[in-house]
Design a protein. Structure first.
Lengths: 365, 187
């Protein structure tokens, strides 16, 4: 493996000319690029390895579209829904960018789950990659946090009730639950302080943590190198290696192309509409039974409730009309979604699958 | 053609070196061009999104009444009136009041001047003592018909488009570019 690195090192040592040479002499970008592209992959290139690069590809457009959406968005109960409607209905390409941001968030969670599953099934969490695994798990939590905080920002009824359910699920945590919920909401009620807090978490706090952890994750990956197939010895690799470029790059790009086509098609043919304002919750809400929470919220809620079931069985979502309606919605949601929906069974299948994989790994050892 | 080195890294044999490098360089160039193309394509909606306020009409172009024309037929000096215009400020529609001066041009015809200084946008008041428009910011002076007398401004005060309907004088309020010698509408 050292030999092939030397070959590439010699190739990079050749003097470059022109603009690229001028830039390279000042930044050593060519050597960095070669170091990244000519990473040996134990066992050769595989489609199973494409999800990490895919995540990076989705994350960058999320940042870009998010920054552009912030040009028009105002995080207050008075203006949030109006500004999102303005973006969607008035601003040129606003609906496209907002839909791309919304669908990109869902795609990111799906790809993240695939990446996590691949890492787990391939046993890539084992030594010496423990820190890589831990940083990935923290990143997973942060991405869920991004999705959760971003969901409220349009301040429509769906966002309002989803966050009411989410923050109430947080109140189920022993000892600190109530404090946690009030800290998230900025008080007992959901209102302009909730939006402000969620906005700050969504655009400043969590992204800063994500950037730091992504850098650490990539650094740790560069240090440990690719893990290779499940049956590979992580300390004394025996499998044949293949360079990252070109085959693995092409495989990664195929997922990227798939994501571009998939997201582009979804955005063009089924744009993400903004719902009725949550300010209308003083009036009868006919749309409440039809409000559907994202799958990851339901899973998080199921996990929270299964862990801390019964602690706050009488815990209201908040006082006032909106709170009572949310409470009704919650019971409807619990009945309809938690006990009979496909998501509930999907989660059970996931858990069973995870247990099965773990057992299979034990047997293979 | 493929060979395995001492540590098991699959690579092409040395004899295929230059050809391999050429193919990889070509593929790299192809990927770079493709990435730039896709990136450029995806940046189009971003640019259109960011530049939206530049192409959007932000001021109502409807004409506002300033009073009866007969009221201004015997003007001896410019008279200030306020008109209401609807402005679109992002998602908000606001009604704002703007000051205009009704005066007579050199031919003795009634005309309407905007009170916004063509130098840097301060509001120019009429001085009854000096019989001049005097800008309080940089001392620019204009005659009663709005033509430039002195100061840093490169042109006289801007006249607004007017019409007479049923004896009523109507004016279309507009903004003009400052710091230039020719009158140029900006909104």
């Amino acid at each position: 493996m050292q030999e092939i690195r030397k070959i590439e090192a010699n190739a990079s040592a050749a003097p470059k000319s022109g603009l690229w040479g001028w830039i390279d002499r000042r930044t050593a970008v060519d050597a960095a690029l070669r170091s990244a592209l000519y990473e040996p992959i134990l066992g050769g290139a595989r489609f199973a390895y494409v999800f990490g690069s895919g995540l990076l590809f989705i994350f960058i457009p999320q940042v870009i579209t998010g920054v552009f959406l912030a040009l028009y968005y105002i995080p207050s109960a008075d203006h949030a829904h109006t500004t999102v409607s303005y973006i969607t209905k008035a601003v040129t390409a606003g609906s496209f960018l907002r839909s791309l941001h919304a669908y990109g968030a869902s795609a990111m969670i799906i790809v993240l789950l695939l990446h996590l599953s691949q890492t787990y099934i391939y046993g890539a969490y084992k030594g010496p990659r423990e820190l890589l695994w831990v940083s990935g798990c923290v990143l997973f939590a942060l991405v869920l946090g991004m999705a959760f905080t971003g969901y409220l920002l349009p301040w429509d009824q769906r966002a309002y009730f989803a966050t009411a359910v989410g923050t109430n699920a947080a109140s189920e945590v022993p000892l600190i639950g109530e404090t946690l919920m009030r800290m998230m909401r900025g008080g007992t009620e959901m209102g302009t302080l909730t939006i402000s807090r969620f906005f700050v978490a969504h655009v400043f706090f969590i992204p800063a943590c994500v950037f730091v952890l992504v850098a650490a994750h990539i650094l740790l990956f560069r240090k440990a190198g690719p893990a290779g197939p499940p049956d590979e010895d992580p300390y004394k690799p025996k499998k044949k290696a293949e360079l990252f470029y070109p085959r693995q790059v092409l495989m990664d790009l195929s997922l990227t192309a798939l994501l571009i086509i998939g997201l582009g098609g979804a955005v063009l043919f089924c744009s993400n509409e903004v719902g009725p304002s949550s300010e209308s919750c003083g009036r009868p809400i006919h749309s409440a039974p039809g409000v559907v929470l994202p799958a990851h919220f339901s899973m998080a809620e199921i996990l929270a409730r299964s862990c801390f079931r019964g602690r706050h069985s009488d815990n209201p979502y908040g006082s006032g009309n909106c709170g009572r309606r949310a409470s009704v919605f919650r019971s409807q949601h619990r009945t309809a979604a938690m006990e009979t929906s496909c998501r509930y069974w999907s989660l059970r299948i996931c858990i069973a699958g995870t247990r099965g994989t773990r057992t299979a790994q034990r047997v293979s050892r | 053609m493929y060979a395995e080195n001492s540590e098991g890294v699959t690579q092409k044999s040395a004899s295929a070196g230059p050809s391999l490098q050429n193919r990889r360089s070509f593929l790299g160039a192809l990927l770079a061009v493709g990435s730039v193309f896709v990136g450029t394509l995806l940046s189009v909606p971003l640019i259109r999104f960011a530049l939206f306020p530049l192409i959007r009409q932000t001021t109502d172009t409807k004409k506002s009444p300033v009073g009866s024309l007969s009221e201004f037929s015997s003007l001896s000096e410019p008279a200030m009136r306020t008109i209401q215009i609807e402005q679109i400020d992002g998602w908000r529609k606001t009604i704002s009041e703007k000051a205009v001066y009704i005066t007579k041009d050199r031919q003795g015809q009634v005309c309407v001047l905007t009170s916004i200084c063509p130098h840097l946008g301060c509001t120019v008041p009429w001085s009854k003592e000096k019989k001049l428009f005097i800008c309080p910011c940089h001392g620019g002076t204009f005659s009663a018909d709005g033509s430039r007398i002195s100061g840093p401004s490169q042109r006289g005060m801007d006249t607004l488009e007017t019409t007479v309907q049923d004896g009523q004088l109507l004016v279309r309020f507009q903004y003009f570019r400052q710091l230039v010698s020719d009158k140029e509408i900006v909104g």
